[in-house]
Design a protein around this ligand. Sequence first.
Ligand code: HEC
Length: 152
Amino acid sequence: MEFYLNNKFLIIATFSFLLLTSCKNEEKVVEEPTKKKVSYEMYQPSEMAGFMNAMYAYNQQLKTQIMAGETPSQLPLDLLKLHSAEMTKGKSRTENWQSFVTVFIASQKAVVDTLSHIELKNRYNTAINNCLSCHKKECTGPISKIKKLLIQ
Ligand code: HEC
């Protein structure tokens, strides 16, 4: 009888243990998708970062054209996005940013101004130096990459 009682206790203990652990497992299953979503969002580049990369690719193309003796006339990017694109969390349009962005936009537009009397290579390098001016204050990571855009 004593053995049977002990056994019954063991069975109940085992069952409640299993129930408890399976509840925990269920909780974990519910939690996992949220965790995954968070880490996915962390690696998602911001709209501004995406636009910066598009500007990089565009200027790479300009450099190739200018070095081949061509006169680029197309500016397919909407530079006004610099005023509106969402930035990486923690980054914002500082006073510094505001002071650089207008000058930069004008200089990038001047590269495709086919009526300009300033040498094309100089206009192009001025635009790239304006990328660098802002980057020295606002985002130092890509500086060496941007320097490669300069035409020597
Ligand atoms: C007015 C300031 C400013 C100007 C001008 C500017 N940048 Fe940026 N750039 C930033 C900031 C701030 C970030 C970070 C944006 C973010 O993470 O949301 C950035 C990010 C970048 C990145 C990294 C994107 C990534 O994948 O994280 C590259 C590359 C870049 N810029 C290239 C350029 C090039 C090329 C130019 C010129 C054609 C340029 N930038 C002009 C401020 C500027």
